[in-house]
Design a binder for this molecule. Structure first.
Ligand code: FES
Length: 94
């Protein structure tokens, strides 16, 4: 995506692959995990995000067994991600 006032830092043509909820997901290198999950329609509980700057903690997912804010995580490829809520909060669609 491009346009006045916005420049994507995702590198076109450089794709990485993660394992999200036990299924592979390809996304552009340089894209935040939250953006990659949202673009793929696979954000799970992180779809309840609010700030996208690491403050609200509503995008928490598990990356390689550790809780992480998806909006502040820039995967390098090969990570295992779980999008289940980490705080017992019901998913936003329930
Ligand atoms: S969306 Fe607020 S911390 Fe990620």
């Amino acid at each position: 995506v491009s346009g006045p006032g916005f420049r994507s830092i995702a590198r076109a043509g450089e794709e990485i692959v993660l394992i999200v909820d036990d299924t592979p997901l390809g996304m552009a290198r340089g894209r935040s995990l939250l953006a990659g999950l949202l673009l793929a329609g696979r954000a799970g509980a992180a779809a309840d995000f609010f700030c996208a700057i690491g403050q609200c903690q509503r995008c928490l997912v598990t990356v390689d067994g550790r809780v992480a804010a998806a909006c502040m995580t820039y995967p390098s490829g090969g990570e295992r991600v779980s999008t289940l809520a980490v705080d017992g909060r019901p998913p936003p669609w329930s």
